[in-house]
Design a binder for this molecule. Sequence first.
Ligand code: ZN
Length: 203
Amino acid sequence: MNTIKLDNRKISPSKIVCVGRNYVEHIEELNNDIPSEPVIFIKPNSSISDNLCFNKNDAIHYEGEISFLIQSGDLYGIGFGLDLTKRDVQSKLKAKGLPWERAKSFDKSAVFSSFVPFNGNIQALRMELYINGNLSQQAGYELMLNKPAEILDEVKKNFSFEDGDLMMTGTPSGVGAIQIGDQFLGKIFEGNKLLVEGAWTVQ
Ligand code: ZN
């Protein structure tokens, strides 16, 4: 089983529950409609990776996301996640109304920083993603269409959470393709306080 780190403990999430189309500007950059209910999809444990990997066959887009670790059915830990997406594949699947797994749930499609316990002010949460030193994505709680507690409730109507499962809360605008050698630095803040960060080089 693949693992992530909560502080220094290794955890094997059974799944990652993801929400799509949760920031208006990102919905607009992909020419999608604002959904009437949250768009939910799942990545399996096999999608988790420590490494950010280029794929020569299919262009892979990064999506930086505020990510939660779930314990006892509630938000417990926080980390930075990359929801990697084969955008061309996804566009074809979307056009045909087909499921997204080929574009979203492939091996190494979910890359995470360490997680840390969080019981602070959830409304002050925000993320920043730097690529090669340039700020490429930034957003926070106030811009989410569905807030984390609402996503959690919506997901629970459909799936149960195992302890250690992860929940990704969607990406803001600024997505793009990864290139070999790109340096990624993702940060999660509570207000101005850095909670956790992760760094990767595309290989
Ligand atoms: Zn995403």
